[in-house]
Design a protein around this ligand. Structure first.
Ligand code: ASN
Length: 357
C-alpha cells in the first residue's frame, strides 16, 4: 500500500497509484476516485463467495461522484462482485482507464460501450478475452444495454465474440429486437464488422481449464453433478453513464465457470443484468440465476423512481436479493443527476467513476 491508501472503518479502500499517474497525464486526476472495498469479516470467515446476511455498500467520498446536474458525461463502472482479488491494484488501473475512456465519448450509449470495451479487451476480467469457460471448453459471451428511452439490445451465447457490448448495441440500434442469441448473434456481429473469431481464452483461463476433468458428456447425471460442483465465478463488467439527463446502462460477461454449454445468465436479460429509465440506470454482477430471479437492476431503478438515492436503491436491491435468495451479487447505480451508489454482499467489488473534464 502506498501513501494514497485510505483506511475506512471496517473496510479497506485502495487507490491504485498507477491508475492515478496515468489519469493525471490525461487530466482526469481530480475527477476520479477509484476504490475496492474488501470485507474483512467475510474473509476471516473464509466465505467462498457470498455473505447474504450482510449487504455492504461502497462509501461515496467527497468529490467521488459529481455534483448534481449531470450536464457533463459521468460514468461508474464495475469489475464484478465476488471474492477479493489477489491483484486489486492492476485491476483497478484498468477500471480507471475504462471509466476515463467513457467520458471522452459523445453519448452515454457510446460511453458505456467504450468503457466496457476496455474491460472486454483486458484479460483479467470475465468479459470478452478472459471470459469464463463453459463445460464444453468454450467461452461464450453475453451483453445487454438499455437507455432512458427504453431502447434495449442484448446478445448472448456468442463464441469468438470479444466485443459483446458492441453487439448488444447493434441489436438495439440496427434491429427491431431486444435479444439475439447464439450463432445468429455471431452472424449479426459479423455482418456489422465485429470480429467473431477471437480467441477468448488466456493463459490463466487455459491453465484453470486444464486442471479440471469434466466427466464424459454422455453421462448426463454425472455431468450435471460436476457442473453443480464447479459452477461459479465473478469478474463480470458493467457501466452506467449519464450526460445531461440522458442515461445508458450496460453489462458484459463470459458468464460463470463450468456452466452448461449454452447457459445464459442475467447479463443479457433486461431488468436483471442491466436497466435504465429517465430516473437512472443500474448494472448488476454476481450469481446470475439469483439476479434474474430478482430482476435486480429493475428493482434498484424502481427505487430511484420512488425517490431513493442511488446508494439507498443499491442497498435495497442487495438486501432484497439476500432475503429472497442465497446468491452473492453486487450492483452499481447512477441517477439522472450523476449521483452514484453501489452495494454488494460478496467479499469485494471494484468500481471506478469518472467525469468529463
Ligand atoms: N460474474 C458474474 O457477474 C456472472 C454473471 N452475472 C452471470 O451469471 O453470467
Amino acid at each position: 500500500m502506498d501513501e494514497r491508501d485510505d483506511r475506512l472503518v471496517g473496510n479497506v479502500e485502495l487507490v491504485a497509484a498507477g491508475g492515478f499517474d496515468a489519469l493525471a497525464r490525461v487530466g482526469y486526476l481530480d475527477s476520479i476516485v477509484a476504490h475496492i472495498i474488501t470485507n474483512p469479516r467475510g474473509a476471516l470467515k473464509g466465505l467462498p463467495f457470498s455473505d447474504p446476511a450482510s449487504p455492504r455498500s461502497a462509501p461515496v467520498r467527497e468529490g467521488y461522484a459529481t455534483g448534481p446536474g449531470g450536464a457533463r458525461m459521468q460514468l461508474i463502472v464495475h469489475g464484478g462482485a465476488g471474492s477479493a482479488p489477489d491483484d486489486p491494484e492492476s485491476r483497478q488501473e484498468v477500471l480507471d482507464e475504462a471509466a476515463a475512456t467513457g467520458t471522452g465519448e459523445p453519448t452515454p450509449t457510446a460511453a458505456v460501450v467504450a468503457a466496457i470495451g476496455v474491460l472486454e479487451r483486458a484479460p483479467r476480467f470475465n468479459a470478452g478475452v478472459g471470459g469464463a469457460i463453459q463445460d464444453d471448453g468454450v467461452v461464450r459471451t453475453d451483453a445487454g444495454i438499455m437507455t432512458d428511452e427504453r431502447e434495449v439490445g442484448a446478445a448472448c451465447s456468442m463464441p469468438g465474440v470479444r466485443d459483446a457490448a458492441t453487439v448488444a448495441r447493434t441489436v438495439m440500434t440496427e434491429t427491431p429486437h431486444v435479444l439475439v442469441a447464439d450463432d445468429h448473434a455471431v452472424s449479426l456481429a459479423e455482418g456489422f464488422g465485429v470480429e467473431t473469431e477471437a480467441d477468448l481464452t488466456t493463459e490463466r483461463t487455459r491453465e484453470r481449464w486444464a486442471d479440471l476433468s469434466p466427466p464424459d458428456e454422455g453421462d448426463t447425471d454425472e455431468r450435471l453433478a460436476w457442473v453443480r460442483e464447479q459452477f461459479g465465478g465473478s469478474d463480470t463488467v458493467g457501466a452506467v453513464a449519464v450526460e445531461d439527463g440522458k442515461i445508458a446502462a450496460a453489462t458484459s460477461t463470459g458468464g460463470r465457470w463450468c456452466a452448461l454449454a449454452g447457459r445464459v445468465g442475467d447479463v443479457p436479460q433486461v431488468g436483471s443484468g442491466f436497466y435504465a429509465t429517465p430516473a437512472g440506470g443500474a448494472s448488476a454482477t454476481g450469481a446470475g440465476e439469483d439476479i434474474a430471479r430478482m430482476t435486480l437492476s429493475r428493482l434498484a431503478v424502481e427505487r430511484l423512481e420512488a425517490g431513493d438515492s442511488p446508494e439507498t436503491a443499491a442497498e435495497h436491491a442487495i438486501d432484497e436479493l439476500a432475503v429472497e435468495t442465497d446468491g452473492g451479487a453486487g450492483i452499481i447505480v447512477l441517477d439522472d443527476e450523476g449521483r452514484v451508489g453501489s452495494a454488494y454482499n460478496t467479499d469485494a467489488m471494484q468500481t471506478s467513476t469518472a467525469e468529463q473534464s
